[in-house]
Design a protein around this ligand. Sequence first.
Ligand code: MG
Length: 382
Amino acid sequence: MKQIAVFGSTGSIGQSTLNICRDHRQAFQVMVLAAGSSVDELARQALEFRPEVLVVGRSESEAPLREALGGAAQDFEIMAGPQGLREAAGRPGLDVVVSGITGAQGLPVSLGALEAGTRLALANKESMVMAGPLLDAMARRHQTEIIPVDSEHSALFQCLLSGQSQDLGKLILTASGGPFRTKSRAEMERATLAEALAHPTWSMGPKITIDSATMFNKALEIVEARWLFHVPHEQIDVVVHPQSIVHSMVLWRDGSVIAQMGAPDMRVPIQYAMTHPERLDATLETYSPRLFNGLNFEAPDLERFPSLTLGFLAAERGATYGAVLNAANEEAVAAFMAGRIGFTDIFDRVGQVVERHRPHPEPSLEQILEADAWAREEFSRC
Ligand code: MG
């Protein structure tokens, strides 16, 4: 029985993780549940899964959580805030920490899990984008591993098992292209929040859905792949594949292309990250000839999606560029969702912040957090 901690348990990744735990009750025991502000849902999950620890991301949510739990509150150890997240992720005895928290807030979870030597099943790509080399060094030092949950990186991780690193040609990240794949720049300028939230193939949380519409999600994934797999930016490619059946591919030097495929459902990569190198039964149909019928691929349009160029630039320059790209994008998405900026302003504003950045070459955690804060401040000025 594997002991599991689920961070972001009320979000899209967290709910999929708990579905897996429900379908494989003999394999997984939930020990920690952590959520942001959805305390009623967290309380409901707590009463079903009976973990030892509950965590709320913000301290002010602790009292409402205790209230929602009523008399059952005494059955749980309750923690709060970034320190609570880090401590709960580092709890002894855990086998896997699944991190489905959105954004830079997920960094304490990644740090906590790795410093305790616990496997990190990582959906929170932002922490890898911000602090990839630091997290990688930490995983080595504590003899543990980061197994990607992000569907493209889970695909690459599995495809890379078919060869040796010195024979790698390219990592080929697939992208659905999002809801604006075939729209003109003028149409994108007028895009509403509802249009940006209408993803054609994947059902996900709001932040990542906006990121898919701008393709900043793919930009972040370029940087994520750079650090996860120690592959320079020249060996990373992006191809648009609207059906989201091929989750990514590896091209080897001998011309072989290995793809990982299946229905677009996060339960597959989450479950694999929890069980690797073993596998458990699927709980959904991932293959049928009908499903795999008519797969298309096309080159991405860098003119309409300048986000991709910024992703390659952050992967090339390294240093604090990932943290700055991520923080500026988080601010831009929040501003767009609040109706303060237009859709294509996201590209312009993030680009301006990245352009003005003066990097720290080999940043400490403190310098990474400083760069993150600088980018958010700079965003509000431009
Ligand atoms: Mg992805």
